[in-house]
Design a protein around this ligand. Structure first.
Ligand SMILES: CC(=O)N[C@H]1[C@@H](OP(=O)(O)OP(=O)(O)OC[C@H]2O[C@@H](n3ccc(=O)[nH]c3=O)[C@H](O)[C@@H]2O)O[C@H](CO)[C@@H](O)[C@@H]1O
Length: 370
Protein backbone atom coordinates (compact mmCIF):
# COMPACT_ATOMS: atom_id res chain seq x y z
CA UNK A 1 0.00 0.00 0.00
CA UNK A 2 1.30 3.41 -1.03
CA UNK A 3 2.01 6.10 1.53
CA UNK A 4 -0.65 8.79 1.87
CA UNK A 5 -0.46 11.42 -0.90
CA UNK A 6 -2.68 14.52 -1.07
CA UNK A 7 -1.94 17.08 -3.77
CA UNK A 8 -3.58 20.37 -4.72
CA UNK A 9 -3.19 21.54 -8.30
CA UNK A 10 -4.21 25.12 -9.02
CA UNK A 11 -4.45 27.52 -11.94
CA UNK A 12 -6.20 27.77 -15.28
CA UNK A 13 -8.00 30.38 -17.32
CA UNK A 14 -7.08 28.86 -20.68
CA UNK A 15 -6.34 25.39 -22.03
CA UNK A 16 -2.65 26.27 -22.07
CA UNK A 17 -2.67 26.20 -18.26
CA UNK A 18 -5.37 23.58 -17.65
CA UNK A 19 -4.23 20.72 -19.87
CA UNK A 20 -0.66 20.56 -18.50
CA UNK A 21 -2.26 20.47 -15.03
CA UNK A 22 -4.44 17.51 -16.03
CA UNK A 23 -1.42 15.68 -17.46
CA UNK A 24 0.48 16.15 -14.21
CA UNK A 25 -2.51 14.79 -12.27
CA UNK A 26 -2.75 11.79 -14.61
CA UNK A 27 0.96 11.06 -14.21
CA UNK A 28 0.70 11.22 -10.39
CA UNK A 29 -2.33 8.90 -10.48
CA UNK A 30 -0.60 6.45 -12.81
CA UNK A 31 2.30 6.12 -10.37
CA UNK A 32 0.25 6.36 -7.16
CA UNK A 33 -3.34 5.23 -7.81
CA UNK A 34 -4.42 6.04 -4.25
CA UNK A 35 -3.27 9.67 -4.45
CA UNK A 36 -5.94 12.23 -3.62
CA UNK A 37 -5.86 15.17 -6.04
CA UNK A 38 -7.91 18.33 -5.73
CA UNK A 39 -7.94 21.12 -8.33
CA UNK A 40 -8.56 24.76 -7.42
CA UNK A 41 -9.59 27.03 -10.31
CA UNK A 42 -11.30 30.34 -11.01
CA UNK A 43 -15.11 30.37 -11.02
CA UNK A 44 -16.56 30.88 -14.49
CA UNK A 45 -13.35 29.91 -16.30
CA UNK A 46 -12.73 26.97 -18.59
CA UNK A 47 -11.19 24.75 -15.90
CA UNK A 48 -14.49 24.52 -14.03
CA UNK A 49 -15.86 22.15 -16.70
CA UNK A 50 -12.67 20.80 -18.37
CA UNK A 51 -11.23 19.44 -15.10
CA UNK A 52 -14.36 17.45 -14.06
CA UNK A 53 -14.56 16.18 -17.66
CA UNK A 54 -11.08 14.72 -17.10
CA UNK A 55 -12.32 12.96 -13.96
CA UNK A 56 -11.03 15.27 -11.18
CA UNK A 57 -12.74 17.31 -8.49
CA UNK A 58 -12.33 21.09 -8.67
CA UNK A 59 -13.20 23.92 -6.29
CA UNK A 60 -13.63 27.46 -7.64
CA UNK A 61 -12.37 30.79 -6.29
CA UNK A 62 -14.10 34.07 -7.17
CA UNK A 63 -10.82 35.47 -8.48
CA UNK A 64 -10.15 37.57 -11.60
CA UNK A 65 -7.31 39.72 -12.92
CA UNK A 66 -6.68 43.43 -12.51
CA UNK A 67 -8.34 45.68 -15.08
CA UNK A 68 -5.47 47.76 -16.45
CA UNK A 69 -7.80 50.07 -18.40
CA UNK A 70 -10.48 50.85 -15.78
CA UNK A 71 -8.59 51.41 -12.54
CA UNK A 72 -11.71 52.03 -10.43
CA UNK A 73 -13.04 48.56 -11.16
CA UNK A 74 -10.04 47.18 -9.28
CA UNK A 75 -11.61 47.88 -5.88
CA UNK A 76 -13.92 44.97 -6.64
CA UNK A 77 -10.91 42.93 -7.79
CA UNK A 78 -9.14 43.55 -4.46
CA UNK A 79 -12.21 42.31 -2.63
CA UNK A 80 -12.30 39.19 -4.81
CA UNK A 81 -8.63 38.50 -4.09
CA UNK A 82 -9.28 38.83 -0.35
CA UNK A 83 -12.31 36.54 -0.58
CA UNK A 84 -10.40 34.00 -2.69
CA UNK A 85 -7.60 33.94 -0.14
CA UNK A 86 -10.20 33.28 2.59
CA UNK A 87 -11.83 30.44 0.61
CA UNK A 88 -8.42 29.00 -0.32
CA UNK A 89 -7.57 28.88 3.40
CA UNK A 90 -10.72 26.87 4.08
CA UNK A 91 -10.01 24.49 1.20
CA UNK A 92 -6.43 23.92 2.37
CA UNK A 93 -7.53 23.39 5.97
CA UNK A 94 -10.06 20.77 4.91
CA UNK A 95 -8.03 18.94 2.24
CA UNK A 96 -4.66 19.07 4.05
CA UNK A 97 -2.46 18.90 0.93
CA UNK A 98 1.07 17.60 1.32
CA UNK A 99 2.27 19.57 -1.73
CA UNK A 100 0.77 22.15 -4.10
CA UNK A 101 1.29 22.65 -7.82
CA UNK A 102 0.66 25.99 -9.56
CA UNK A 103 0.34 26.02 -13.34
CA UNK A 104 -0.20 29.76 -13.82
CA UNK A 105 -3.47 31.67 -14.09
CA UNK A 106 -5.26 33.65 -11.40
CA UNK A 107 -6.40 30.89 -9.05
CA UNK A 108 -2.88 29.63 -8.39
CA UNK A 109 -1.99 32.94 -6.65
CA UNK A 110 -4.17 32.68 -3.53
CA UNK A 111 -3.99 28.88 -3.40
CA UNK A 112 -0.20 28.64 -3.43
CA UNK A 113 0.17 31.68 -1.17
CA UNK A 114 -1.96 29.98 1.46
CA UNK A 115 -0.12 26.66 1.05
CA UNK A 116 3.30 28.33 1.29
CA UNK A 117 2.26 30.27 4.41
CA UNK A 118 1.40 26.95 6.05
CA UNK A 119 4.74 25.42 5.15
CA UNK A 120 3.29 23.15 2.45
CA UNK A 121 5.92 22.75 -0.30
CA UNK A 122 4.97 24.30 -3.65
CA UNK A 123 6.01 23.57 -7.22
CA UNK A 124 5.23 25.86 -10.11
CA UNK A 125 5.13 24.98 -13.77
CA UNK A 126 5.76 27.72 -16.32
CA UNK A 127 4.77 26.78 -19.88
CA UNK A 128 6.12 29.78 -21.79
CA UNK A 129 9.48 31.27 -22.63
CA UNK A 130 8.23 34.44 -20.91
CA UNK A 131 7.07 33.94 -17.31
CA UNK A 132 3.47 34.83 -16.38
CA UNK A 133 2.72 37.39 -13.64
CA UNK A 134 1.29 34.91 -11.12
CA UNK A 135 4.23 32.54 -11.46
CA UNK A 136 6.73 35.39 -11.11
CA UNK A 137 5.04 36.49 -7.88
CA UNK A 138 4.98 32.93 -6.53
CA UNK A 139 8.57 32.09 -7.46
CA UNK A 140 10.07 33.20 -4.12
CA UNK A 141 7.77 30.87 -2.20
CA UNK A 142 8.13 27.86 -4.48
CA UNK A 143 10.53 25.02 -3.77
CA UNK A 144 10.78 23.91 -7.41
CA UNK A 145 10.06 25.65 -10.72
CA UNK A 146 9.56 23.43 -13.77
CA UNK A 147 10.13 25.18 -17.10
CA UNK A 148 10.12 24.34 -20.80
CA UNK A 149 12.65 26.85 -22.16
CA UNK A 150 16.26 27.80 -21.56
CA UNK A 151 17.11 31.18 -20.03
CA UNK A 152 14.35 31.22 -17.40
CA UNK A 153 16.84 32.45 -14.75
CA UNK A 154 15.76 35.90 -16.03
CA UNK A 155 12.56 35.39 -14.04
CA UNK A 156 13.21 32.73 -11.42
CA UNK A 157 15.96 31.79 -8.91
CA UNK A 158 18.32 29.53 -10.88
CA UNK A 159 18.72 26.94 -8.12
CA UNK A 160 14.98 26.16 -8.14
CA UNK A 161 14.67 25.64 -11.90
CA UNK A 162 14.25 22.19 -13.47
CA UNK A 163 13.89 22.00 -17.26
CA UNK A 164 11.15 19.45 -17.84
CA UNK A 165 9.29 20.67 -20.93
CA UNK A 166 5.52 21.07 -20.94
CA UNK A 167 3.35 18.13 -19.92
CA UNK A 168 1.10 16.95 -22.73
CA UNK A 169 -2.11 15.04 -22.16
CA UNK A 170 -1.57 11.31 -22.54
CA UNK A 171 -4.56 10.88 -24.88
CA UNK A 172 -3.07 13.41 -27.30
CA UNK A 173 0.12 11.36 -27.55
CA UNK A 174 -1.34 7.86 -27.41
CA UNK A 175 -4.11 8.07 -30.01
CA UNK A 176 -4.32 4.65 -31.63
CA UNK A 177 -6.67 5.50 -34.54
CA UNK A 178 -5.45 5.28 -38.10
CA UNK A 179 -5.47 8.50 -40.11
CA UNK A 180 -8.51 7.20 -42.01
CA UNK A 181 -10.44 6.37 -38.82
CA UNK A 182 -9.61 9.76 -37.38
CA UNK A 183 -10.90 11.56 -40.47
CA UNK A 184 -14.08 9.48 -40.43
CA UNK A 185 -14.60 10.38 -36.76
CA UNK A 186 -14.94 14.01 -37.92
CA UNK A 187 -17.40 12.99 -40.65
CA UNK A 188 -14.79 13.60 -43.36
CA UNK A 189 -13.52 11.67 -46.37
CA UNK A 190 -11.02 9.11 -45.02
CA UNK A 191 -8.77 9.38 -48.06
CA UNK A 192 -8.47 13.11 -48.57
CA UNK A 193 -5.61 15.26 -47.32
CA UNK A 194 -6.70 17.32 -44.33
CA UNK A 195 -5.76 20.67 -42.81
CA UNK A 196 -6.62 21.38 -39.15
CA UNK A 197 -7.01 25.00 -38.02
CA UNK A 198 -6.81 25.75 -34.29
CA UNK A 199 -6.81 29.17 -32.65
CA UNK A 200 -5.56 28.01 -29.25
CA UNK A 201 -8.01 26.89 -26.61
CA UNK A 202 -10.26 29.95 -27.02
CA UNK A 203 -10.09 30.41 -30.81
CA UNK A 204 -8.36 33.22 -32.70
CA UNK A 205 -9.98 36.07 -34.61
CA UNK A 206 -7.21 36.21 -37.25
CA UNK A 207 -7.24 32.50 -38.00
CA UNK A 208 -11.02 32.63 -38.29
CA UNK A 209 -11.00 35.68 -40.58
CA UNK A 210 -8.41 34.00 -42.80
CA UNK A 211 -10.94 31.25 -43.43
CA UNK A 212 -14.12 33.33 -43.44
CA UNK A 213 -12.83 35.69 -46.12
CA UNK A 214 -11.87 32.85 -48.48
CA UNK A 215 -14.63 30.28 -48.29
CA UNK A 216 -14.52 30.08 -52.10
CA UNK A 217 -10.89 28.88 -51.97
CA UNK A 218 -11.83 26.44 -49.20
CA UNK A 219 -14.68 24.95 -51.19
CA UNK A 220 -12.64 24.52 -54.38
CA UNK A 221 -9.55 23.10 -52.70
CA UNK A 222 -8.66 19.46 -53.20
CA UNK A 223 -8.17 19.06 -49.45
CA UNK A 224 -10.57 19.08 -46.53
CA UNK A 225 -10.53 21.25 -43.41
CA UNK A 226 -11.28 20.85 -39.72
CA UNK A 227 -11.82 24.39 -38.45
CA UNK A 228 -11.87 25.05 -34.70
CA UNK A 229 -13.34 28.52 -34.28
CA UNK A 230 -13.35 28.84 -30.47
CA UNK A 231 -16.54 29.25 -28.49
CA UNK A 232 -16.79 33.05 -28.83
CA UNK A 233 -16.54 33.13 -32.63
CA UNK A 234 -18.44 29.96 -33.42
CA UNK A 235 -21.84 31.45 -34.17
CA UNK A 236 -20.45 34.18 -36.43
CA UNK A 237 -18.32 31.72 -38.41
CA UNK A 238 -21.13 29.19 -38.75
CA UNK A 239 -23.40 31.92 -40.07
CA UNK A 240 -20.81 32.92 -42.65
CA UNK A 241 -20.54 29.31 -43.83
CA UNK A 242 -24.33 28.95 -43.92
CA UNK A 243 -24.67 32.12 -46.00
CA UNK A 244 -22.00 30.86 -48.40
CA UNK A 245 -23.75 27.55 -49.00
CA UNK A 246 -22.81 23.91 -48.76
CA UNK A 247 -19.07 23.18 -48.24
CA UNK A 248 -18.76 19.38 -47.94
CA UNK A 249 -14.98 19.45 -47.39
CA UNK A 250 -15.26 21.63 -44.27
CA UNK A 251 -16.04 20.68 -40.67
CA UNK A 252 -16.58 23.62 -38.30
CA UNK A 253 -16.30 23.06 -34.53
CA UNK A 254 -16.25 25.42 -31.57
CA UNK A 255 -13.88 23.25 -29.49
CA UNK A 256 -12.25 19.89 -30.17
CA UNK A 257 -12.38 17.51 -27.22
CA UNK A 258 -10.28 14.81 -28.83
CA UNK A 259 -7.19 16.64 -30.05
CA UNK A 260 -5.39 13.31 -30.47
CA UNK A 261 -7.89 12.38 -33.20
CA UNK A 262 -7.76 15.85 -34.79
CA UNK A 263 -3.97 15.74 -35.03
CA UNK A 264 -4.10 12.19 -36.39
CA UNK A 265 -6.58 13.26 -39.10
CA UNK A 266 -4.44 16.22 -40.19
CA UNK A 267 -1.56 16.32 -42.65
CA UNK A 268 -0.92 19.93 -41.72
CA UNK A 269 -1.96 22.11 -38.78
CA UNK A 270 -2.46 25.87 -38.74
CA UNK A 271 -2.23 27.20 -35.19
CA UNK A 272 -1.57 30.00 -32.77
CA UNK A 273 1.79 29.57 -31.00
CA UNK A 274 0.66 28.85 -27.43
CA UNK A 275 3.21 26.89 -25.43
CA UNK A 276 1.17 23.72 -24.86
CA UNK A 277 0.14 23.50 -28.50
CA UNK A 278 3.78 23.81 -29.53
CA UNK A 279 4.83 21.05 -27.13
CA UNK A 280 2.16 18.81 -28.65
CA UNK A 281 3.32 19.47 -32.23
CA UNK A 282 6.91 18.64 -31.24
CA UNK A 283 6.06 15.40 -29.47
CA UNK A 284 3.88 14.05 -32.29
CA UNK A 285 6.01 15.51 -35.10
CA UNK A 286 3.19 17.45 -36.75
CA UNK A 287 3.90 19.83 -39.67
CA UNK A 288 2.54 23.22 -38.63
CA UNK A 289 2.08 26.78 -39.82
CA UNK A 290 2.25 29.10 -36.80
CA UNK A 291 0.39 32.41 -36.62
CA UNK A 292 1.52 33.81 -33.22
CA UNK A 293 -0.94 36.03 -31.38
CA UNK A 294 0.38 39.61 -31.20
CA UNK A 295 -1.88 40.26 -28.18
CA UNK A 296 -0.03 38.36 -25.46
CA UNK A 297 2.45 39.57 -22.82
CA UNK A 298 5.89 40.46 -24.22
CA UNK A 299 4.88 38.98 -27.59
CA UNK A 300 5.78 35.57 -26.11
CA UNK A 301 3.99 33.57 -28.82
CA UNK A 302 6.31 34.99 -31.49
CA UNK A 303 9.26 33.90 -29.33
CA UNK A 304 7.71 30.43 -28.90
CA UNK A 305 7.22 30.24 -32.68
CA UNK A 306 10.66 31.51 -33.66
CA UNK A 307 12.39 28.83 -31.56
CA UNK A 308 10.92 26.39 -34.13
CA UNK A 309 10.94 28.50 -37.28
CA UNK A 310 14.68 29.21 -36.93
CA UNK A 311 15.30 25.46 -37.04
CA UNK A 312 13.11 24.89 -40.13
CA UNK A 313 10.72 23.05 -37.85
CA UNK A 314 7.63 25.21 -38.57
CA UNK A 315 6.37 27.78 -41.06
CA UNK A 316 5.69 31.31 -39.82
CA UNK A 317 2.87 33.55 -41.03
CA UNK A 318 2.62 36.93 -39.34
CA UNK A 319 -0.77 37.75 -37.82
CA UNK A 320 -1.18 40.86 -40.00
CA UNK A 321 -0.42 38.88 -43.20
CA UNK A 322 -2.62 35.91 -42.38
CA UNK A 323 -5.90 37.03 -43.99
CA UNK A 324 -4.31 37.21 -47.46
CA UNK A 325 -1.47 34.71 -47.07
CA UNK A 326 -2.45 31.89 -44.74
CA UNK A 327 -4.66 29.75 -46.97
CA UNK A 328 -2.31 30.01 -49.96
CA UNK A 329 0.67 28.98 -47.85
CA UNK A 330 -1.34 26.13 -46.35
CA UNK A 331 -2.48 24.78 -49.71
CA UNK A 332 1.02 25.01 -51.14
CA UNK A 333 2.53 23.23 -48.13
CA UNK A 334 -0.03 20.46 -47.82
CA UNK A 335 0.52 19.61 -51.50
CA UNK A 336 4.27 19.23 -51.01
CA UNK A 337 4.98 15.84 -49.43
CA UNK A 338 8.71 16.31 -49.08
CA UNK A 339 8.18 19.65 -47.28
CA UNK A 340 5.68 17.96 -44.93
CA UNK A 341 8.18 15.18 -44.21
CA UNK A 342 11.04 17.57 -43.43
CA UNK A 343 8.84 19.76 -41.20
CA UNK A 344 7.73 16.67 -39.33
CA UNK A 345 11.27 15.38 -38.86
CA UNK A 346 12.65 18.76 -37.74
CA UNK A 347 9.87 19.53 -35.25
CA UNK A 348 10.02 16.05 -33.73
CA UNK A 349 13.68 16.57 -32.88
CA UNK A 350 12.68 19.43 -30.53
CA UNK A 351 10.23 17.52 -28.29
CA UNK A 352 11.03 17.06 -24.59
CA UNK A 353 9.57 13.70 -23.60
CA UNK A 354 8.12 12.42 -20.30
CA UNK A 355 7.59 15.89 -18.92
CA UNK A 356 4.48 14.96 -16.91
CA UNK A 357 6.30 11.98 -15.37
CA UNK A 358 9.31 14.03 -14.37
CA UNK A 359 7.12 16.73 -12.81
CA UNK A 360 4.98 14.12 -11.05
CA UNK A 361 8.15 12.66 -9.48
CA UNK A 362 9.23 16.13 -8.32
CA UNK A 363 5.81 16.75 -6.76
CA UNK A 364 5.79 13.43 -4.93
CA UNK A 365 9.34 14.01 -3.61
CA UNK A 366 8.22 17.38 -2.23
CA UNK A 367 5.09 15.88 -0.68
CA UNK A 368 7.03 13.13 1.06
CA UNK A 369 9.87 15.45 2.04
CA UNK A 370 12.45 13.40 0.08
C1 LIG B 1 -4.29 34.16 -25.81
C2 LIG B 1 -3.46 33.58 -24.74
O1 LIG B 1 -3.37 34.11 -23.64
N1 LIG B 1 -2.80 32.46 -25.05
C3 LIG B 1 -1.94 31.79 -24.08
C4 LIG B 1 -2.64 30.53 -23.60
O2 LIG B 1 -2.98 29.87 -24.80
P1 LIG B 1 -3.92 28.64 -25.03
O3 LIG B 1 -4.82 28.36 -23.89
O4 LIG B 1 -4.50 28.78 -26.35
O5 LIG B 1 -2.79 27.55 -24.91
P2 LIG B 1 -1.93 26.61 -25.75
O6 LIG B 1 -1.89 26.88 -27.18
O7 LIG B 1 -0.64 26.55 -25.00
O8 LIG B 1 -2.70 25.24 -25.48
C5 LIG B 1 -3.97 24.99 -25.96
C6 LIG B 1 -4.39 23.65 -25.44
O9 LIG B 1 -5.74 23.48 -25.72
C7 LIG B 1 -5.93 22.29 -26.46
N2 LIG B 1 -7.09 22.48 -27.33
C8 LIG B 1 -7.13 23.54 -28.17
C9 LIG B 1 -8.23 23.72 -28.97
C10 LIG B 1 -9.28 22.77 -28.92
O10 LIG B 1 -10.28 22.88 -29.62
N3 LIG B 1 -9.18 21.74 -28.09
C11 LIG B 1 -8.11 21.56 -27.26
O11 LIG B 1 -8.07 20.59 -26.51
C12 LIG B 1 -4.63 22.06 -27.19
O12 LIG B 1 -4.50 20.71 -27.56
C13 LIG B 1 -3.63 22.52 -26.13
O13 LIG B 1 -3.40 21.50 -25.18
O14 LIG B 1 -1.78 29.78 -22.73
C14 LIG B 1 -0.52 29.41 -23.30
C15 LIG B 1 0.24 28.62 -22.24
O15 LIG B 1 0.46 29.34 -21.08
C16 LIG B 1 0.24 30.64 -23.80
O16 LIG B 1 1.44 30.23 -24.44
C17 LIG B 1 -0.64 31.41 -24.76
O17 LIG B 1 0.02 32.56 -25.26
Amino acid sequence: MDKELRIIISGGGTGGHIFPAISIANAIKAKHPNAKILFVGALGRMEMHRVPAAGYEIKGLPICGFDRKHLLKNVAVLFKIWKSQYIAKKIVKQFKPMAAVGVGGYASGPTLNVCASKGIPCLIQEQNSYAGVTNKLLAKKASKICVAYDGMERFFPAEKIVKTGNPVRQNVLDNTMTKEEARKSFGLNPDKKTVLLVGGSLGARTVNESMKQHLDIVKNADVQFIWQTGKYYNEEMNQAVKAFGDIPNLKVLDFISDMGAAYKAADLVISRAGASSISEFCLIGKPVILVPSPNVAEDHQTKNAMALVNKDAAIYVKDADAPHELLHTALQTVGNDSKLASLSENIKALGLKNSADVIADEVVKLAWGE
